[in-house]
Every structure is written in C-alpha cells, then in structure tokens.
Design a protein around this ligand. Structure first.
Ligand SMILES: [Ca+2]
Length: 137
C-alpha cells in the first residue's frame, strides 16, 4: 500500500495479479499491518483483464459493513481505511489494556528532537518522522 492509497505489486509499480486464479467473482479484501481490514460488500468479477477496484469513493462506497472506512482528514468525497492499529490486533483502542496509544506516545516522547530528551525547547511534543509502525501513513 502506497502513501496515496494505491495498492501495487511488491515491485512498487505493477498492478496486483494472481497467478493461476480462475476467472470468477471474488470478494476483495485488503489487510494492512496498521490499518483495520476492509472487504467489498459484493463480489467483483476478475479475469485476465485488469479490473480497477476503487474503495475511496465516498459517494459509492463498496465496503462491507457500517463505518468500515473513514473520511477523517481526507478531501471531500474520499474515504480511506482506518489507521492506527499499531499493535496489529485488528482494533483501534484509545484506552485499556489493548490500547494502541502507548506505542504512538512512546515514539513521540522518545524522539531526540523533543526538549524532554535534550532537543530544542518546544511548547508541544512534535514528531516529524515516519512511525516505525506506520501509523502516520
Ligand atoms: Ca490495535
């Protein structure tokens, strides 16, 4: 999954393809290390001809379930996968024993540019890097 949401083959540019997959109707499922998974509501006909599956159209959502995607922070008319599942348990928890917050907080607090750890004085904690967990993808 690229930063713009495109999903491509592992070479970084080619479309995804499935060797020896039969021409048939399939549910399309997307799972990513730090996002909640999504699946199409209906099957999609796949064959040797390329098929574009657009999960981003807020006005024509194809995702199974309610609130399976979010429009938070996105341009009007666009939805995306929920991010922040940094511990990979399939949930976005803000508090409790399974919270995703400690991992994110630890990365921000421990950034060497924060004044707490000798960086320049700042009024807030700032973290200007890609999180190892990729939560700011
Ligand atoms: Ca989680």
């Amino acid at each position: 999954m690229q930063r713009d949401g495109d999903i491509v083959h592992t070479d970084g540019t080619s479309s995804i393809y499935f060797i020896n997959a039969a021409t048939a109707n399939y549910y399309i499922v997307i799972k990513h290390r730090n996002h909640l998974g999504i699946m199409t509501t209906n099957t999609v006909a796949l064959s040797a001809t390329s098929t574009m599956v657009d999960f981003t159209d807020a006005n024509n959502q194809i995702t199974y379930g309610t609130d399976a995607q979010t429009a938070f922070g996105l341009p009007s008319g666009v939805v995306a996968m929920w991010t922040g599942d940094v511990n990979g348990d399939g949930r976005l928890n803000y508090s409790g024993a399974l919270s995703d917050v400690p991992s994110i907080r630890s990365q921000v607090f421990n950034d060497p540019d924060n004044s707490v750890f000798g960086g320049p004085p700042t009024s807030t904690y700032v973290f200007l890097q890609q999180l190892p967990e990729g939560a700011n993808d």
